[in-house]
Design a binder for this molecule. Structure first.
Ligand code: ZN
Length: 415
């Protein structure tokens, strides 16, 4: 059974027969499970199912195989929220659109400087208005591996402060709903938004709930990354950790990769607004996001390395199996045959070496010699022919005579 999780490049094939046969170390198996977990919870279920099935059948010879695509982190979209005619949330001294752009640029610069194998794609690098759907389009067209939308929050309660990271999903609180509805409301700046967003009405909570149930296929990875971001905000930037949350953000809706929306702080809290406007504040927030990307990339690379190791181990295991099949083939020379077993046959042919008898389809075949090397068998047969002109070579596999052409084919394949 083949399971295709998505259509990404660098497909890896894992044959579970071989994995079982390889006697995986528990560390490798754990890593593999983590990797599969990252791919999709559905695959995780199938892995468990396979293991259970193998146990039920009492054999490791189940014919389940899985097709897992490698996920690498080589392109990241950094999306500075709002821009142009859409200022986003407005504070006492600043606008959200300017803060998000400043932080986004700093994050991008850190990636470009330190992660040379990662390409940064910005949705905007100046004060331009970009429709929400265009932002996810950019990421999808580029085939990005991670989408990070940067925003700043606002609340009626001016005392609220801290950072939170959202992934697409159904909100669990009124508060999360309000944040997403506020961020989504910017589509009213776009012409024909009703059509673009398939009837989504920014003013209707009901339409919002239906839309929020459309979950991103990369929820698990998005949650993983969001958790790392929040941890770095807390540990590195010393921000108040408001946690990983879920809500229906239009900008994350159609992204076909792990994606998060970061609310880096509250512009409505005057102390936090000052922090967000300071060079230090922007640097430490950008550096926390960068650190999270770096950690996430290290996890992804490590798991890919494990899968590659497994793939190589599988290959060498297959080769060992192949060559042991070929090794079990032996060439002998048939010197005689009879319907009834002849008692004195060994004595008669002992001058040619080791004599053996094989019953093939009811006929006794008397064979001499035995070598895995066909050329040697040919030479040996020629020497015998001077005394036994009818002598010819036969191939034996696991004690049975097989066709010579079949034996030679098997040997050629294994070489
Ligand atoms: Zn925003």
């Amino acid at each position: 059974m083949w399971l295709k999780s998505n259509s990404r490049k660098n497909n890896l094939y894992l044959n579970f027969n071989s994995i079982f046969a390889m006697k995986l170390s528990s560390k490798l198996l754990k890593k593999l499970k983590e990797f599969i977990n990252m791919r999709h919870s559905c695959i995780n279920f199938l892995l468990t199912f396979n293991l259970i099935l193998a146990a039920i059948l009492g054999t490791y010879q189940t014919s389940f195989s899985q097709h897992i695509s490698a996920y690498t982190l080589s392109k990241i979209v950094i999306d500075a929220g709002h821009g142009g005619k859409d200022p986003g949330a407005v504070g006492k001294i600043s606008k959200e659109k300017d803060l998000t752009l400043a932080i986004a640029k700093k994050v991008g610069a850190l990636i470009e400087k330190n992660l040379k194998d990662v390409k940064v794609i910005y949705t905007r690098t100046d004060d331009t208005f970009i429709p929400l759907n265009e932002r996810s389009n950019i990421a999808n067209k580029e085939g990005a591996d991670l989408f990070i939308s940067i925003h700043c929050n606002a609340a009626a309660n001016k005392r609220v402060s801290g950072a939170e990271t959202y992934v697409m999903g159904l909100h669990r609180s009124e508060e999360n709903l309000n944040v997403a509805m506020r961020e989504n409301a910017v589509i009213s700046y776009e012409d024909g938004y009703n059509e673009t967003y398939e009837g989504y009405d920014p003013n209707s909570a009901e339409s919002f709930i239906i839309f929020s149930m459309l979950q991103n296929a990369f929820l698990k990875q998005s949650l993983n990354f969001a958790a790392i971001v929040q941890n770095d905000f807390k540990e590195r930037a010393k921000r108040r950790d408001r946690g990983v949350r879920q809500a229906g953000f239009l900008v994350l809706w159609k992204t076909s990769m792990p994606s998060v929306l970061i609310e880096a702080g509250y512009i409505s809290n005057s102390k936090e607004e000052q922090f967000l406007n300071s060079e230090y504040g922007q640097d430490i927030i950008a550096s926390s996001i960068y650190r999270a990307i770096k950690s996430y990339k290290e996890n992804v690379d490590e798991l890919n390395k494990t899968v590659l190791e497994l793939q190589q181990a599988q290959k060498s295991n297959e080769n060992t199996q192949k060559s042991s099949t070929a090794n079990s083939i032996e060439f002998k020379v048939q010197v005689s045959s009879s319907q009834n077993l002849l008692p004195d046959i060994e004595e008669k042919y002992k001058e040619f070496g080791n004599v053996s008898v094989v019953n093939f389809n009811g006929t006794y075949k008397y064979l001499v010699g035995g070598t895995p090397n066909y050329q040697e068998a040919v030479k040996y047969c020629n020497t015998i022919k001077s005394k036994v002109p009818d002598a010819f070579i036969v191939a034996i596999e696991n004690g049975n005579i097989i066709r010579l052409s079949e034996a030679l084919q098997k040997i050629n394949k294994s070489e």
